[in-house]
Design a protein around this ligand. Structure first.
Ligand SMILES: [Zn+2]
Length: 272
């Protein structure tokens, strides 16, 4: 499943192809994917407009034009490939966005959990309105998260994976960041101190950032035509390493199942 680092890498790869360029054509091959595609609205407000910015919010991308933005989400299996023609190259291509004669972005999504939507200029959209801050935004700071977590009895791991609290932190990144910060995944979110929030946030950012820099810089680097958009070769310290020695203290790493997801941690470094 594409995670925040893959989406950020996609954003960076799209910048030179799309920003300050005019969308010269839009084609759709389905009425809906996860949600209906607002084809008429996109033809009216996105087509023939210049994209001035691509913003990422969690795992959503907003391609901004004067009257609003096209909102993209890759779902479980979505990817964007760069081709030099509008001709469909592979199965499950649901849309093609053209930016000049040779830049055709094909939106491919076999499992159809992705979305292509329209957000009006005021930026309000039901999918975005309830979303917590992106971990890289200034709103995601220790003070704000401590307030958000006040009285919250859920485990800290559950809290940071809840997109309504802070968006875009998947299971792997939650496990890795908590290990780096030396915080037990089961700790009550409401009991995390300001200093711990500070440490945890900087670990979340560095874990994500390391993965982003492993991702390459062009569309072909990371979403190859065979669609193997897997996790980046990011160096994992705990995830998937049950029983292996902790790299800090050599204690065998533990795994616990909670809310149906595996949590990997070191019971000695993450005592608190
Ligand atoms: Zn350890």
């Amino acid at each position: 499943m594409p995670e925040l680092p893959e989406v950020e890498t996609l954003r960076r790869a799209l910048l030179p192809l799309v920003v300050n360029k005019t969308c010269t054509g839009l084609s759709f091959y389905r009425k809906d994917i996860r949600f209906p595609i607002p084809q008429d609205t996109l033809q009216e407000h996105f087509s023939q407009q210049v994209v001035h910015e691509i913003q990422r919010l969690g795992k959503y991308l907003l391609l901004k034009v004067p009257h609003g933005a096209m909102l993209l989400h890759l779902g479980m299996s979505g990817r964007v490939t760069l081709n030099n023609s509008m001709a469909i190259q592979e199965k499950h291509t649901h849309a093609i966005f053209q930016f000049g004669a040779k830049t055709c972005l094909h939106f491919v999504d076999p499992r159809r959990f992705g979305c292509i939507l329209w957000v009006p200029q005021n930026g309000e959209h039901p999918l975005l309105d309830k979303m917590g801050p992106d971990p890289f935004s200034p709103e995601a700071n220790a003070q704000a998260l401590k307030i958000r977590a006040r009285k919250c009895k859920s485990p800290i791991k559950t809290f940071i994976m809840d997109a309504r609290r802070i968006t875009g932190i998947g299971n792997i990144y939650a496990c890795e960041s908590l290990f780096q910060a030396g915080i037990n995944p089961q700790r009550q979110a409401g009991r995390i101190t300001l200093a711990e929030w500070d440490r945890l946030l900087s670990c979340v950012r560095s874990t994500l950032e390391n993965s982003i820099s492993a991702g390459g810089t062009t569309l072909r680097d990371f979403f190859d035509p065979n669609g193997s958009a897997g996790y980046y070769a990011v160096k994992l310290s705990v995830y998937g390493k049950e029983g292996q020695p902790c790299q800090k203290c050599k204690t065998p790493l533990s795994r616990r199942l909670h809310s149906g997801r595996s949590t990997f941690f070191c019971k000695s470094c993450q005592k608190k």
